[in-house]
Every structure is written in C-alpha cells, then in structure tokens.
Design a protein around this ligand. Structure first.
Ligand SMILES: N[C@@H](CCC(=O)N[C@@H](CS(=O)(=O)O)C(=O)NCC(=O)O)C(=O)O
Length: 207
C-alpha cells in the first residue's frame, strides 16, 4: 500500500485524509495506535514527533500535523486549486475549519453535558460566514475543482449535522455544497464501507 495511516479508530482529525484517499483511489493501511489508552501511551505516543496522531508514513517519510498532511496530498494529487487566490481561499477556510474543530473538540471532550446546548446555539454564527463566501465565490467547490480543503470542510459539516440535525438547513449554498462533495462517486462508495460506517466520530463516544 502507498500509505500507512497511524491514527485512532475515530473520524476526528483523520477523516478528511481518509476521504481524500478514497476520492483519488489511493491505497492505504490503517494502524490503530490506541486499541487501549495504555497501548497508545506506552507503545506509540513517544514515536510521534509531537507525541500526537495522525501520522502518515509515505515511503521513508513520516508526516504529521493533519492540515499539513492534507496540503501535502493536495499538492501531490493536484487538489490545491488554480493559482494563489484559490489557494488562499483553501488555506483561509482550512484555518476556519481548524478553529471550529478545536472548539468542537473542547466541547466534546471537556464540556459536553453542560456545553452542548450553548455550542449548538453558536453553530449559525460559525457557518454564516462560510455560506457567504461560498455564495459569493460561486464555484462548485471552494475552488472550481475539488481540493484538500473540501474534504476537511465536508467532514466538519458532517459532524455538525450529527451533533445538531438540520443545523445547516438555513444555509442553502452550504447545504448544496455539502451534498455535492458527498455525491462524488468515490466518496459515496467510501461512505458505504464498513470502516466508515462503524467508526465513531470521537474517542469518548460522544457526538
Ligand atoms: N495539530 C495536530 C493535533 C493532533 C491531535 O490533537 N491529536 C490528538 C487526537 S485528535 O485530536 O486528532 O483526535 C492526540 O494525538 N491525542 C492524544 C495525545 O495527545 O496523547 C494535528 O492536526 O494533527
């Protein structure tokens, strides 16, 4: 296989990478670095450059930092837009996805019971700017063609739909965009796979 993917058995920060590989038809093997917390802490954590996962082994390279991995794959598979302005937009939305993902993870892992309702109330504010940008850019994706940033944004929309069903219905461009990415044949096939269907979104089973 072309890649070895060292991560937890969750969507988390790995799902956008899995979607990209599915869409380009790349072969990869998943290594579950946390069949138990002890195995992660005693066998794997110290092997990771920053003590964290995901890590991707590609040839003799060991790649870490999920957004850097996405950009590396974006450059490798021509999934990084057409020119500096499209690349800026992909980077800018990737940064926004990162901001929201961090806030989402903090709620899921540290403040679910008391913070979930308040977080759900904040969802429109988080996604209204994305709706405006996509609408004004008028592309099928963030760029004219699919990019590494689309898989990341699509995964973020997925997990927010699970957290609060219908939360994106008020955003027509975002809703159409989400459906468009999910309708891609290889993504459709991936979403029907056992791996996708059985994988929890987060490590603590909260969603
Ligand atoms: N900026 C890093 C963050 C990676 C990260 O936070 N990994 C978490 C798991 S997850 O947030 O991706 O689900 C981790 O390794 N946690 C275990 C630990 O830190 O021991 C990235 O984007 O790859």
């Amino acid at each position: 296989t072309e890649y070895t993917f060292y991560y937890f058995p969750v969507r988390g920060r790995g799902e956008a990478i899995r979607m990209l590989w599915a869409d380009v038809g790349a072969s990869y093997e998943e290594i579950n670095v946390a069949p138990s917390v002890e195995v992660w802490q005693q066998q794997w954590k110290h092997k990771m450059p920053f003590g964290q996962a995901p890590m991707v082994k590609h040839g003799d390279q060991e790649l870490v930092q999920s957004n850097a991995i996405l950009r590396y794959l974006g450059r490798k598979y021509d999934l990084y837009g057409d020119g500096p302005l499209e690349q800026y937009r992909m980077d800018m939305l990737t940064d926004h996805v990162e901001d929201i993902r961090s806030e989402y993870s903090r709620m899921i892992y540290h403040n679910y019971d008391n913070g979930k309702d308040e977080y759900i109330k904040s969802i429109p504010t988080k996604f209204a700017p994305v709706e405006k940008f996509l609408k004004s850019w008028g592309n099928e994706y963030i760029g004219k063609k699919i990019s590494f940033a689309d898989y990341n944004l699509c995964d973020l929309l997925d997990i927010h739909e699970v957290l609060s069903p219908g939360c994106l219905a008020q955003f027509p461009s975002l809703t159409a965009y989400h459906a468009r990415v999910l309708a891609r044949p290889h993504i459709q096939a991936y979403r029907k796979s056992e791996g996708f269907k059985t994988r929890p979104i987060n490590f603590n089973g909260k969603q």
